[in-house]
Design a protein around this ligand. Structure first.
Ligand SMILES: [Zn+2]
Length: 100
């Protein structure tokens, strides 16, 4: 009798289930993050800061799959929500820096 193994989810998949969102031909307003993978935390924060009230108090949700990565950012000040597209390097940076 083989006992099923538990805990087998890939640790690198932080937020799954977003693949169906990848729609073709639909233009969405998406920003591109401007920080580099080795930038200081302050620069990463500044890149994700709210464009409306300029608050740096941002809650973000990292979404990554084999094609692309993005961060859904919600401002704690004005609750504006926006999506910032990320390179693989930027997604890695966010995933390792959970203080943001
Ligand atoms: Zn804001």
């Amino acid at each position: 009798m083989i006992t099923p193994q538990t805990g087998g989810f890939a640790a690198g998949v932080l937020w799954g289930g977003e693949r169906l969102r990848h729609t073709r031909g639909v233009v969405t307003l998406t920003e591109t993050a401007s920080f580099r993978g080795d930038d200081a935390t302050a620069l990463v924060e500044a890149s994700l800061a709210c464009r409306i009230c300029l608050s740096g108090e941002i809650d973000w949700l990292l979404r990554a799959n084999e094609w692309d990565a993005e961060a859904e950012c919600r401002c704690r000040g004005c609750e504006a929500v926006r999506t910032v597209s990320l390179t693989g390097e930027q997604a890695l940076r966010l995933s390792v820096d959970r203080r943001l």
